[in-house]
Design a protein around this ligand. Structure first.
Ligand SMILES: [Zn+2]
Length: 397
């Protein structure tokens, strides 16, 4: 199937609708049918395409348009899973209909990010008809981004990422450019005490009280860790998220577990934060008799900080202003994407740029809500912008 610019317009709409109609809701994911549909299309467009199973009914799509390897490769990377719909009554129409209403495609995942996947895939299809690439173009769509990043982790375990010069992730940005993501550290603290009847606190050790002391000190230590304010991100944050301890009211609790969500900015080293938190446990031990605690890292994501002087940022901004028809802004986001998984292996200049809805200027994010949609106009612009960026970065002329 040879795409041209007029058939591409219909194709990007059709492919978005077809992907939205496949329920790849995470949990559990079930991305395999969506992966198969996408792989079929990419093959038709002329890309070498593979479906890589990463779990039961879960799969990645990995496709490539080969170039002469005279230039670093460019990768488009999306995710095939979507978040649950929530309460059905909050939706004005069937969340998996893919209906077109008022020039928008409706449905769960239209914006985050099946519209983006369709746009990057059709752009690759258009590039395939032009030939003469100096570098490879990779098109990848992974499973599990909305939870444990099972697909991205599988990919970085089995691929070196050597030769990839830049990455575009078509998450919703209303076609603006995201160049920074905060890091993430989820810590679990556990304190151990000794149970006794509640009327005899002198013979017990209260694990909940010890946890309260520990968390106070963790909080002050976190607030004292120095950082340089990031141009694109809000200051670092800490959320004491869960706390569980004790079994009954008339017993001294012998165990307490709490989890804490830290979001450092890119110039704060995770290793440094972790060693500071380890020291805090030692400090409490010196202050509080019988104090015993452990700390575990239960989730870690590397930050993303792409220098605005990188070619991918400059090219996207320059081509964006003519194709989108306005100056594209540069922003940061406080959450993580699969860019954080790539960053474990190699720091590759990455931008997040997609057709879905996210008003970054006012920080109004429409993803993960009912009545999700993507504007057809933005889908078309994204397709043409991805094509132009890939042509500029990979093509002979
Ligand atoms: Zn997403």
């Amino acid at each position: 199937m040879k795409l041209d610019s007029s058939s591409a317009k219909n194709e990007v709409i059709k492919l978005t609708q077809e992907l939205v109609r496949i329920k790849s809701v995470n949990p559990p994911g079930d991305e395999l049918p969506a992966a198969e549909l996408l792989a079929q299309r990419l093959k038709k467009y002329g890309l070498e395409t593979e479906v890589v199973e990463v779990g039961k009914n879960r799969a990645n799509v990995v496709a490539v348009l080969k170039g002469r390897e005279e230039r670093p490769a460019l990768m488009f990377n999306g995710h095939l899973d979507v978040v649950p719909i929530g309460e059905r009554e909050t939706w004005q129409r069937d969340p998996f209909s893919g209906d077109i209403v008022e020039n928008k495609i409706w449905g769960r995942g239209a914006s985050d990010m099946k519209g983006g996947i369709a746009a990057m895939s059709v752009a690759a299809g258009l590039l395939a008809t032009r030939g003469g690439l100096k570098g490879d173009l990779y098109v990848t769509a992974f499973a599990g981004e909305e939870s444990d990043s099972i697909g991205a982790k599988h990919y970085v375990e089995h691929n070196s990422l050597e030769g990839i010069g830049s990455i575009i992730i078509p998450e919703s940005t209303s076609l603006d450019i995201v160049v920074a993501e905060k890091g993430t550290l989820w810590l679990e603290f556990e304190t151990y005490g000794k149970s006794a009847h509640s009327t005899q606190p002198h013979i017990g050790i209260n694990a909940v009280e010890h946890m309260l002391t520990l968390l106070q000190m963790v909080k002050s230590a976190w607030e004292a860790i120095p950082y340089v304010p990031d141009r694109y991100l809000s200051p670092p944050t800490m959320n004491i998220a869960t706390i569980n301890g004790g079994i009954k009211t008339n017993s001294i609790p012998d165990r307490c577990v709490a989890t804490v969500d830290l979001r450092p900015v890119p110039n704060q080293s995770h290793d440094l934060i972790l060693s500071r938190m380890g020291e805090v446990i030692e400090e409490v031990k010196r202050k509080v008799p019988n104090f015993r605690a452990e700390m575990r890292v239960i989730n870690e994501r590397q930050p993303v900080a792409t220098d605005e002087r990188e070619e991918i940022v400059k090219v996207a901004k320059e081509l964006g202003s003519s194709i989108v028809g306005r100056d594209l802004g540069l922003f940061g986001v406080n959450f993580y994407t699969d860019a954080a998984i790539f960053a474990i292996k190699r720091k590759i200049p990455t931008i997040i740029l997609g057709p879905g809805e996210y008003d970054l200027k006012n920080n109004i994010y429409l993803g993960h809500q009912p009545n999700e949609y993507v504007k057809i106009e933005n889908l078309e612009k994204a397709t043409m912008l991805y094509l132009a960026i890939a042509e500029r970065m990979l093509k002979l002329t």
